[in-house]
Design a binder for this molecule. Structure first.
Ligand code: ADP
Ligand code: MG
Length: 365
């Protein structure tokens, strides 16, 4: 099992009034790649926190570039029988849905339609190269986890049972009992199904007076490659996680608190699993939330990519820091070489001095 954790910083939007950017990508000395995210310490702006990742993509990164760098290299492995999981993690408004789903224009398409398009292309090639001896079937499941309950998004919200779909363990795999699977043979098929299911998601959330950013949405692409008697199955999962913001600061009604507890717990378990996998631990705490249990994170041989989405503005400061803390493997504090300006109220003029260059101990090794 391998896991990559990368960060993507979104640009400021034209309509956004706030222009105060505090998050930036940086590179290690001597490296040509950006792997560091820098952000000021909110308690002392003269200090800067540095968080290390396997890769950091700045605001100029296009959908195509992110896909080519982080998803496309794993498609071969998917066809060799490995399970591939791509997560988007981050505060609401940071670009998770943009990254996973993206816009309608070709250049704006996100990870999910690009993944499907590549899968169909490769499937066609395999069928052609094997002169029809190997067939590749693609089937889609799409569901959400809301308050630790599983709901099928391929079904209209009226058909939901309040308790959600049960889970069962079979042959060492967790299955969602009663989850529908829709065969899908080309990108057009996929888009029709995907649009319908996303509408179901929004309608269901509206009925509960909630927002779809408060559930985890999981798209599962199942590949079945058949050659004579041989069958090879593998899955690609693309996940748009619930917003990781700390809702205690803004909302305090009972429904929202129950949601927040469920979201926080599942995101916490997810981060524990990712950390344990990347350390090479034997014990992965995947059983401790439904989301990680369904994905069997760390149980299957496979590849996991976690994309941390970040908004660069100051209004996200504390939530950005907490999401960086959850997903980064290394954090350092640095003292910035900037001039502090001290103004004495009684004094006729300002006195300038340069910030000290004391290196702090790293918070985490
Ligand atoms: P989330 O799903 O995390 O709540 P969204 O994907 O909805 O966030 O993004 C919030 C807004 O920012 C949307 O209007 C989206 O189109 C825009 N956005 C996010 N990332 C980018 C990006 N990399 N480039 C351009 N616009 C982006
Ligand atoms: Mg979203």
């Amino acid at each position: 099992m391998s896991v990559r954790v990368v960060a993507r910083i979104r640009p400021l939007l034209d309509a956004e009034l706030e222009r105060d950017v505090i998050v930036r990508a940086d590179r290690k000395e001597g490296s040509s790649k950006t792997t560091i995210v820098k952000i000021p310490n909110p308690k002392n702006e003269a200090e800067e926190f540095s968080f290390g990742f396997n890769g950091v993509y700045d605001l100029a990164t296009t959908q195509e570039e992110l896909f080519s760098a982080e998803v496309s290299p794993h498609i071969k492995a998917l066809f060799q029988g490995l399970d591939v999981t791509i997560f988007a993690y981050g505060v609401t408004g940071t670009g998770k849905t943009h990254t996973m789903r993206g816009g309608l224009k070709l250049a704006e398409r996100g990870v999910i339609p690009r993944l499907l398009s590549n899968v169909f292309r490769r499937a066609k090639k395999i069928a052609k190269d094997s002169a029809g001896e190997t067939t590749v079937d693609v089937a889609l499941s799409y569901y959400e986890i809301y308050n630790d309950k599983v709901f099928d998004l391929m079904e209209p919200p009226e058909k939901r049972t309040p308790s959600g779909l049960p889970l069962r363990e079979a042959n060492g795999k967790t299955v969602v009992v009663g989850l529908s699977e829709r065969p899908c043979s080309d990108l057009k098929d996929f888009e029709a199904l995907y649009i319908e299911a996303n509408n179901n998601r929004v309608t269901a959330a509206t009925k509960l007076n909630a927002h779809s950013s408060r559930s985890h949405a999981i798209l599962r692409v199942k590949l079945t490659q058949t050659t004579g008697q041989q069958i090879l199955e593998s899955t690609a999962s693309a996940i748009d996680l619930a917003g990781s913001e700390d809702n205690r600061r803004t909302e305090n009604n009972r429904e929202r608190l129950i949601e927040s507890a469920a979201i926080n717990k599942s995101l916490f378990v997810l981060s524990q699993c990712v950390e344990a996998i990347s350390r090479g631990d034997k014990r992965i705490p995947y059983r401790e939330s439904k989301m990680t249990r369904i994905l069997q994170l760390g149980q299957n041989r496979g590849i996991t990519v976690m994309i941390l989405n970040l908004a660069p503005m100051r209004s996200y400061h504390l939530d950005t820091l907490s999401s960086l803390n959850v997903s980064s493997r290394a954090k350092r504090i640095e003292v910035r070489e900037i001039e502090n300006e001290i103004v004495f109220k009684q004094a006729p003029r300002a006195i300038h001095f340069t910030g000290s260059s004391i290196q702090r101990q790293p918070l985490r090794p």
